[in-house]
Design a protein around this ligand. Structure first.
Ligand code: NAG
Length: 337
């Protein structure tokens, strides 16, 4: 669900009142990932972003795997590529494996599978995105880290026997003040229909290719960590990526925003509860008065007399205030006759 910045407070109220609303589609707003009242905004990282790893252990060819992530929305497929050579609709994290002959004689896609996403063939509801703040993590290995760890599920891959293996991705967004997160990314051969990116690609195709020639995984902001079978579930493979970016830093302003949102949330609840209690009291009291004493009109209300007197009390009080002000003025200005 995409929420405009200006209505953050309204959105906050909505999410308070209807916690299920924002999670109803299983998706999330990449511009406002909130954990422990700290908000992360990854909108700047949106688009198809890739990391490539190469296995050169075979003598005649490389096995290059490109992992592409769009943290903000599903990757868009292109029409002129066969279905088995790209990831299905709804994929957020896609893996494409190619076999490239070292002598350059051929370059074939040997496998393409979704690691995570809301995939139609899986019912479309099992991405089950979760995120965890690294600062709040109890794990030893997270000590001193700042950022967000995000888990996305829903992918599958057919093994050699045609059996489906579950896939999931764990991306660690780690705070690095000096990086936007878009430095030295791999420009995949597999094009995604990306509205934001297409004009940039078209503009300087040659330069991009050069960039890939000098691709240095160690210098890239998006890093491959591992892809292997889960330690506890032998039907599951886990892809781990690390993304160095300043957007994973917990900035002062964001903390303030979060605190403000929290205060606003408290007041909303306070007023809501006060209003509800008053209403309940009045309704229940009226009902009691009606049933017990057959009361009608003003008598229905609990403390009906007191409430009825309020306007008179107010008027009286106003009169006193006014007269004391006038009296105070006249005392200084005019002498008594
Ligand atoms: C595959 O990986 C090798 C080794 O890193 C690299 O030189 C080559 O450019 C890559 N090719 C493609 C198409 O990914």
């Amino acid at each position: 669900m995409r929420i405009p910045q200006t209505s953050t407070d309204a959105a906050m109220l909505l999410t308070l009142l209807f916690p299920l609303l924002s999670a109803a589609d299983g998706g999330f707003d990449c511009g406002r990932l909130v954990k422990d009242k700290v908000s992360f905004d990854f909108k700047e990282l949106s688009g198809a972003r890739s990391v490539m790893i190469s296995d050169s252990s075979k003598s005649a060819s490389y096995l290059n795997t490109t992992y592409t992530v769009d943290i903000c929305r599903p990757l868009k497929r292109v029409d002129d590529v066969p279905a088995e050579k790209q990831c299905p609709h709804g994929t957020r994290v896609c893996a494409i494996e190619r076999d490239i002959k070292k002598d350059g004689s051929s370059d074939t896609i040997v496998d393409a599978y979704p690691i995570a996403g809301q995939l139609i063939e899986n019912g479309g509801k099992n991405m089950d995105a979760k995120w965890e703040r690294l600062k709040a993590s109890k794990s030893h290995s997270d000590e001193g880290k700042e950022g967000l760890r995000m888990e996305m599920n829903g992918g599958f891959r057919k093994d050699a026997d045609g059996k489906k293996r579950k896939q999931k991705s764990i991306i660690e967004f780690v705070c690095d003040e000096d990086k936007t997160g878009l430095e030295n990314l791999w420009d995949p051969e597999d094009k995604y229909d990306d509205d934001d990116e297409s004009w940039k690609r078209g503009e300087d195709e040659g330069q991009k290719e050069d960039a890939n020639k000098n691709y240095d995984p160690a210098a890239s902001s998006l890093k491959f960590v591992s892809y292997k079978e889960d330690a506890t579930d032998s039907d599951l493979d886990v892809l781990r990526l690390e993304w160095l970016t300043k957007h994973a830093c917990e900035k002062e302003k964001e903390k303030e925003d979060a605190a403000k949102a929290n205060r606003w949330g408290f007041f909303t609840w306070f007023i809501l509860i006060a209003f509800m209690s008053t209403a309940t009291y009045l309704i229940f009291g009226s009902w009691l008065n009606y049933n017990r004493y057959g009361a009608r009109g003003w008598d229905l209300l609990p403390h009906g007399d007191a409430i009825r007197d309020v306007p008179y009390l107010l008027k009286d009080w106003m009169r006193r205030v006014v007269s004391s002000v006038q009296g105070g003025g006249s005392r200084g200005g005019y002498a008594a006759v």
